[in-house]
Design a protein around this ligand. Sequence first.
Ligand code: SF4
Length: 212
Amino acid sequence: MTDTIPSWERVRGMVPVSLCDWPGKITCVLFAGGCNLRCPTCHNASLAWKWTLLPSLDREVVLSDLRRRKRWLDGITLSGGEPTCLADLDGLLADLSSTGLPVKLDSNGSAPDVLERVLAAGLVQAVAVDVKGPWFMYPELTGQALAADAARDALEEVFGLARAYPGRVYFRCTKVPSLTPEDLETTQAQMPQGLPLLFQEFVHPRSDDDFS
Ligand code: SF4
């Protein structure tokens, strides 16, 4: 899903300082509204599906704030929603990179071509990709938005990117309530050798109020 709405119009949330969105780094996190999936356990449901109800952020104000705080930050995380759906993701990433801070992108992994493009262009220094569970569970885990075969094909392309860009693509799996311990083992087993998968605890969905 790619739309024609200017990317900055989709930037609907900001956490000024985060210690947990880019391991080992202090980052400012920006959230882009809209997502192509419909995960029933979505951590940012308002942002993913009702983003137009959230206040927009002004491009110049955000960039100026990032430049002012640059010395206290290690980077910027662009999360969502699903940023690869943005019409002008590259322009947004170029704006963020213009601050001089490294940029990390969060993605559900459904658009490996977009991830390859922004990695190749040097627009992001890191990409964090969700592996939501066993391939066969993808329809259930994504609200019927991504079929098992499509998920496996997309993620296998992303695994290829991880090999092509060592140390810049990493994978995480959120232990949502529907995943049993056996499902988590299956998820781990479908990872290629040498590509670590970080399991993270499920955090109950946040409310609109958490976005400034
Ligand atoms: S991919 Fe992420 S943002 Fe999109 S619906 Fe799933 S959990 Fe929510």
